[in-house]
Design a binder for this molecule. Sequence first.
Ligand code: SF4
Length: 446
Amino acid sequence: MIDFSAFQGKKAAYYTLGCKLNFSETSTFGKMLADMGVMTAQKGETADLCLINTCSVTDVADHKCRQAINRMVRNNPGAFVVVTGCYAQLEPERISNIEGVDLVLGSNEKANLVQFLSEKWAAGETRETHLHEHYSVKTKDIKTFAPSCSRGNRTRFFLKVQDGCDYFCTYCTIPFARGFSRNPTIDSLVEQAREAAAEGGREIVLTGVNIGDFGKTTGESFLNLVKRLDEVEGIERFRISSLEPDLASDELIDYCAHSRAFMPHFHIPLQSGSDTVLKLMHRHYDTQLFADKIRRIKTVMPEAFIGVDVMVGCRGETPECFEETYSFLKSLDVTQLHVFPYSERPGTAALKIDYKVDEITKKERSSRLLALSDAKTQDFYSRHIGQKAKVLFEKAPRGKAMHGFTENYIRVELPPAEAKPEYDNKIIEVCLGDFNHDKTSLMGII
Ligand code: SF4
């Protein structure tokens, strides 16, 4: 477990060269360290930590980086000096050999920085005792985006459109593990979607860590990705796996409402319905914004299925906060809750919050929300009984019931007597009957 008490009162100086992405990455580092108690050194103050975010767009840029590093080392004697960014990734050896540089860091290796600092500071090393040993970590090519378009079944593909996250919610370790937000080009994703269609895929689910953040790497936008994918012939359905509420723009919601193939199906993480807890979590919205987004979706797509992630029992969630969450969710026109009990993660800023929720209370809160979820889902399904719907059926063994989903994600069961092999991977119009035996689907009537 990382001891953040050693971080308190330390000062950091930042220097950034290059593009907007670098500036935003430096501020992400700054925010992460501030969350751990490291303040930004003011003019004239000597820093305990110097972080230089480099650029390598030209030789001149490289030269400027070396100058900046030397200057920071000179002006902050004894500070831990960390170099990151493009030049650091391209020439880690050369940079680690610069006098005074302690650590060369890939931009998704923030966890290494935290580890490094905690070891140094917890061991009592200060600017005065620090002797500029080299702790150079060789960077791998961490900005690469590993493309992925995997097949779920014959019908459905999962297309990874984005990786990493810049948000640093206090309970989450994903940014440490996966790095900053990055994405491939729209052109390459359209090509992968075409290939999926050529292989017989009918539905593509867009996946990523923080999908709405798509475009930072390439200067494109998620809305434009959606528009281009909507034109891919052969793919009849797209679903967006999860979208942060602050990134679910009204333009995107309105586009989906009129698009050819983007389904009326959303998954929006709320995490807490208490503004106090949302602040503790460092989420980027409040309950008002969340409620506005749900209203917007339901106004332009009244039949949309909306799934919502909720975390229960996180640090700081008092009984009053949980009751606020419960009432807020009850008031929302959403379809299903995905309930996750909070678990402590080493290295996360949430561990600094004193108020803890015991395991029994977490279980009670989970059960209440799961019951609320069941009631909402059944109500949503019930409202569709007797309506016609288009279902994309998936292959089933002969003599067994076939299953598929409507456009708005209602699971439909076709009894064995009605199931036909030719329905596999086809969109068939059915009439929606009553619930099946375990209430997980509506029965389809051809
Ligand atoms: S919870 Fe989601 S948005 Fe927040 S830091 Fe983790 S991956 Fe990013």
